[in-house]
Design a protein around this ligand. Structure first.
Ligand code: DX5
Ligand code: ZN
Length: 218
């Protein structure tokens, strides 16, 4: 399993410190939440911050675009050094074109689904993505409660990928409300990558908390 601490819950004036904590805890990805104030109510960070994070770490940057019209900004996020660029199916008019474009630039492509969005909306891109990001909260804020129905969607995604024959090639990532005490059931449902923000950066020792997440096995 992999752990992707979400720096959304870190102190934005001390992101370098958050990156160090991710490194000390041996995090697999740094999860970067990009919000535009339209797709979700909040505004967070843009490509310039991604570029400066990239200078500080070799941990892959897992960039979650919660923005409308992502095609306008994908080049900027790739140029900034994103390793994974994830777009929301709800924000993409031509999803297959968008994820194929990301891949054509040598970057991993992810597709994310809001809690209300059925899995069959991504059926046609299973061979065009490296990661499926299942939202277990309505995106926009850290510190929300895990929506239990996500477990069903995770296991359905696992089955879908197995049936499609590319389970090994595509990671299932889950984002929202993941804590040390529910991480195991998320992994048991079929997740490969756990995103956690408040459960990591809301603790006194984020690096140690990343290590505790890494010890959880399904
Ligand atoms: C939510 C973001 C998440 C957020 C998760 O819209 O996409 O990545 O940081 O925060 P927690 O783990 O606190 O629910
Ligand atoms: Zn996220």
């Amino acid at each position: 399993m992999k752990v992707a601490p979400s720096i959304l819950s870190a102190d934005f004036a001390h992101l370098a410190k958050a990156i160090k904590q991710c490194e000390s805890g041996l995090a697999d990805y740094v999860h970067v939440d990009v919000m535009d104030g339209h797709f979700v109510p909040v505004i967070t960070i843009g490509p310039d911050v991604v570029r400066d994070l990239k200078k500080r770490t070799d941990i892959p940057l897992d960039v979650h675009l919660m923005i409308e019209e992502p095609d306008k900004y994908i080049d900027d996020f790739i140029a900034a050094g994103s390793n994974i660029v994830t777009v929301h199916v709800e924000a993409c008019v031509h999803l297959q074109r968008t994820v194929s474009y990301i891949r054509s630039k040598g970057v991993k492509a992810g597709v994310s689904l809001n809690p209300a969005t059925p899995l069959n909306t991504i059926q046609h891109v299973l061979n065009d993505v490296d990661l499926i990001l299942i939202m277990s909260v309505n995106p926009g804020f850290g510190g929300q409660q895990f929506i239990p129905d996500a477990l069903h969607k995770i296991s359905q995604a696992d089955i879908l990928l197995k049936n499609n024959g590319n389970r090994e090639a595509v990671e299932i990532e889950v984002d929202g409300g993941i804590k040390l005490n529910n991480a195991k059931e998320v992994l048991d449902a079929g997740a490969d990558v756990l995103v956690a923000g408040s459960a990591i950066f809301g603790t006194n020792d984020p690096a140690q908390t990343v290590k505790l997440f890494k010890q959880i096995h399904n």
